[in-house]
Design a protein around this ligand. Structure first.
Ligand SMILES: O=P(O)(O)OC[C@H](O)CO
Ligand SMILES: [Mg+2]
Length: 242
């Protein structure tokens, strides 16, 4: 159930941190796109009589395309049968057909509108590259227009993908004023994303897929089953009013 202002009064007394800026991951956090990656990977694996495995997906999530492609080939024992580049080529048309139909995850709109209405600057930091970002967000323009900026995986400042802190530090630097990492709260679904946020010196709320083993939750400051469970006042942010 959605939290109320009354529910949050105790948390507000002693927040976990004094957050002033919020950075959202996109795939699997704002938008329900991770299932598309899984579906396509299963199809490609079937061509080689291999079976999808969540422990490999856990390593691929959140990374730049070529980084996750290398993990896919290595971890599924496809070296010699398929190169990372061929994997990306094989999946491309399937992903392009699926991305435009993606929907927002539960609680996303409520939280984004709430933070925007309260003047909390927000950004997106996604491992996704420009062309995939455009396909995924084409039906969600209104929400993304509320973000101060977006940093993508193919941005020149993002030398390495998550768990490198590059993308979150770039996102932080592009806010107005001098923003400290300790004032930034990152929302992530991927283990590599949580690690990147923590290495950057930020707080991390993880909203993992329930199929991800709990051992991957470690490192997150808070783990929620849905953004509907997020209580802003626990982080020094204005509480929900409804
Ligand atoms: O989770 P994101 O938004 O960093 O995206 C990364 C990949 O595109 C999908 O795992
Ligand atoms: Mg993600």
């Amino acid at each position: 159930m959605a939290s109320t202002g009354a529910d949050e009064s105790a948390a507000a007394a002693q927040p976990r941190a004094a957050i002033s800026h919020v950075i959202f991951d996109m795939d699997g956090l704002l938008l329900d796109t991770e299932g598309f990656y899984t579906e396509v990977q299963e199809k490609i694996l079937a061509r080689y009589s291999k079976v999808f495995d969540w422990s490999v997906k856990a390593k691929m999530m959140g990374k730049k395309a070529i980084e996750s492609a290398r993990i896919f080939v290595d971890e599924f024992g496809l070296a010699g049968l398929l190169t990372p580049e061929q994997f990306l080529e094989q999946r491309e048309s399937m992903l392009q057909a699926l991305f435009p139909s993606c929907i927002k995850l539960p609680g996303v709109l409520r939280l984004v509108h709430h933070l925007h209405a309260n003047g909390i600057p927000m950004a997106v930091a996604t491992g996704s590259h420009k062309s995939h970002f455009a396909l995924k967000t084409q039906n969600h323009q209104e929400m993304f227009s509320l973000m101060h900026h977006v940093v993508m995986g193919d941005d020149p400042e993002v030398k390495a993908g998550k768990p490198s802190p590059d993308i979150f530090l770039a996102a932080m630097r592009r806010f107005e004023g001098n923003v400290e990492p300790s004032k930034c709260l990152v929302f992530e679904d991927a283990p590599s994303g949580v690690a990147a946020a923590k290495i950057a010196g930020m707080s991390a709320v993880m909203v993992p897929d329930p199929r991800l083993d709990v051992s991957y939750h470690k490192g997150a400051d808070q783990v929620l089953s849905s953004l509907l469970d997020f209580k802003p006042s626990e982080w020094g942010l204005p509480p929900f009013k409804e």
